[in-house]
Unconditional design. Structure first.
Length: 260
């Protein structure tokens, strides 16, 4: 009974760390909780089975079932089916083996990263997303190029001048952007002010730019402009996208593919 209580206390502390940080490493947990790696691995396995977290190489990350007061945690819970539809469409219709692709820190790109892992597609991924990096880091057939710098736990990403400098040294075949708004005037916008310049840089460094925007993003306008319809090769949305929004965005110059 005592052992069970101790395990419950440890697992609650692991939840608390995920609530505050979004990601924890195995070594950090061992040091914080004064436990062996084997004990922590058992705790993580149990919490993953409960849906509290997702185990990754060297630790664990919060998932859509981990309540967390941050921008990215709120977005993780929204339109999960739509994001998976979009990611599945991209895997089946756009991604080719051994491509070089750029993924921004949006949650739809997290879904795409998971699909790349699940389907075992060999590729090179350039990203500033800690969560995307955590997902694909254990894949033997994916080469990860992380645009690091100062980490922003609110957005789960790196997006300072160091990140910008790193991105300038890479060239990719496709940049997948997940914006917060795509409006009928042909403007692609973002609400994360600090991330905006990184998204712009990612698009500039790619041969093609593809937007991944679920139905809730269509017809919306946020504060910061990323790019315009003329800069975008394709917009992929989900089956719940209203017909009138698709028609309006097509008239604005977007080429649109509907997943699902």
């Amino acid at each position: 009974m005592q052992t069970t209580k101790k395990a419950a206390v440890r697992q609650e502390k692991i939840r608390d760390l995920l609530l505050s940080k979004g990601t924890v490493t195995l070594s950090e947990l061992c040091q914080t909780l004064c436990c062996s790696e084997a004990t922590i691995r058992n705790d993580l396995a149990k919490l993953e089975k409960q849906g509290v977290l997702k185990r990754v190489a060297g630790g664990a990350v919060a998932n859509e079932n981990t309540p967390r007061n941050s921008v990215i945690s709120k977005r993780l819970k929204e339109e999960l089916e739509a994001k998976n539809q979009i990611a599945e469409y991209v895997i089946r219709n756009i991604i080719k083996p051994n491509m070089i692709i750029t993924l921004d820190s949006g949650t739809t790109n997290m879904a795409l990263a998971q699909k790349l892992l699940d389907y075992k597609i060999p590729c090179i991924i350039v990203t500033n997303s800690f969560h995307v990096a955590s997902i694909v880091s254990k894949a033997e057939n994916i080469q990860l190029c992380l645009a690091g710098g100062c980490y922003d736990p609110e957005h789960g990403s790196f997006h300072d001048e160091v990140s910008d400098l790193i991105l300038k040294s890479y060239r990719s075949e496709i940049c997948f952007l997940s914006p917060n708004g795509v409006d009928k005037d042909g403007t692609v916008t973002n609400s994360g002010l600090s991330e905006n310049s990184i998204k712009k840089q990612m698009s500039r460094q790619a041969v093609r730019t593809i937007l991944l925007a679920d139905n809730t993003k269509l017809g919306r306008t946020e504060l910061k402009i990323i790019c315009y319809a003329k800069d975008v090769d394709l917009l992929v949305t989900d089956a719940k996208a209203p017909r009138e929004q698709i028609d309006a965005l097509t008239a604005a110059g977007f080429t649109i593919a509907v997943a699902g």
